[in-house]
Design a protein around this ligand. Structure first.
Ligand SMILES: *Cc1c(COP(=O)(O)O)cnc(C)c1O
Length: 379
């Protein structure tokens, strides 16, 4: 047994995080908001070529919730959501008392399928309720079919919340993920491309919306000396300490993307001649993925004991963490009563798919251990 467990996606530090955290401690600004938060927002806005406004929040989930609030989603409304995703994409729909309508994936990007999306919209309208928003996700860093999805959203005049939690650094036809939605969101959770330990951001297109997001995120406190509230608020702002970590992290964003894309090339080379395994890759050069996680599909071969679960166990026995793909939301006990449009694309992906270690700090030693398991398993 090897000395150290290899995890799916651990964060990598730049070494600069300490300095910013120390500054926050020294200034006693140990609260939500503050100089590091402003600076972190600036750095993110620079990353998006200063064409978008960024509000730093305490999580990506909060960012999705605020996007729904800013779009005026209320109890009884319907919101379309990609079924194959992390539950954080869908939970905020319920927070608003709205109804999620789940849509299947397509096989090129594993993200929301344009045909089923349009079927869902048409059918909901026929049933008397036009969906108020669409939540589309760039899963594992792979951009969704941006042109197709937004053409449909535009045609029916439905705003899109772009869940770019896993896709900072990815782009579609040269345009950065995080810039396509009416609102877009990022996550800086510990396992994402860069981290603030816990954190997220809402990306919007006007200063008014940024101010409104900050307002809701700080308990909707009116601009008065005493505490005056005319709307329900939330405690969603990023802390100054967390933003300090973010300031250290954003300096190695590009390095992290390069490292993750190199991991992808490692898996491509390793798996190229192995039958029954398919590495998930960009289906054309429109899609530039940060390869946040590398994922494979395994054809079950009963005679040879080859299955997703057996491979996962083989990795685990070598102290290597792997995980099944996200289990689709329409299969989740908590969501199964809601409408679903699609067939079995996301279900099949879930049955056959495995996420492989993909952290930016994966060493050549780690890669040798991973290679050993793969070679032995498929031998
Ligand atoms: C991580 C993640 C989120 C939520 O981010 P948190 O910062 O953990 O709240 C939302 N959507 C997807 C697809 C994610 O992977």
């Amino acid at each position: 047994m090897s000395s150290r467990r290899i995890f799916l996606s651990l964060s990598q530090q730049s070494g600069l995080e300490q300095k910013y955290i120390q500054e926050a401690l020294d200034s006693s600004w140990i609260t939500s908001g503050g100089p590091n938060v402003d600076e972190f927002e600036n750095k993110l806005e620079n990353y998006f070529d200063n064409e978008f406004l960024v509000t730093a929040l305490n999580s990506g989930t909060s960012a999705i919730h605020l996007a729904l609030i800013l779009l005026g989603i209320k109890a009884g409304d319907e919101v379309i959501c990609q079924s194959m995703t992390f539950s954080a994409s869908a939970n905020p729909i319920i927070y608003q008392g709205a109804t999620p309508v789940f849509v299947d994936s397509e096989l090129d990007t594993w993200n929301i399928c344009p045909e089923y999306l349009e079927n869902a919209i048409v059918d909901r309208i026929q049933k008397g309720k036009k969906p108020k928003a669409i939540i589309a996700v760039h899963l594992y860093g792979m951009p969704y079919k941006v042109d197709e999805i937004h053409a449909i959203a535009d045609r029916y005049e439905i705003p899109v919340i772009e869940d770019s939690a896993e896709a900072l650094g990815s782009n579609y036809k040269g345009n950065k993920c995080g810039t396509f939605g009416t609102f877009s969101i990022l996550s800086f959770n510990g396992n994402k491309i860069i981290t603030t330990s816990s954190g997220g951001a809402l990306i919007s297109k006007s200063n008014d919306l940024k101010e409104k997001a900050k307002f809701y995120a700080t308990q909707s406190k009116n601009n008065t000396v005493h505490y005056e509230h005319s709307e329900i608020g939330y405690n969603y702002r990023m802390s100054n300490i967390c933003a300090g970590i973010g300031l250290g992290q954003i300096q190695i964003l590009n390095r992290n993307i390069v490292a993750r894309r190199e991991n992808h090339l490692f898996y491509k080379e390793l798996l190229k001649d192995i039958e029954g395994v398919k590495l998930f890759e960009a289906s054309s050069n429109y899609y530039y993925s940060n390869y946040w996680l590398n994922t494979i599909l395994i054809d079950t071969n009963k005679g040879k004991n080859v299955s997703r679960e057996n491979l996962r166990i083989a990795f685990d026995q070598a102290d290597i963490e792997t995980r099944p793909l996200w289990k689709p939301m329409h299969l989740q006990p908590v969501f199964e009563k809601y409408p679903y449009y699609g067939c079995t694309v996301s279900e099949d992906l879930f049955e056959k798919g495995l996420c492989l270690p993909s952290g930016a700090n994966l060493s050549s030693e780690d890669k040798k251990r991973i290679e050993k398991v793969i070679i032995a398993f498929f031998d």
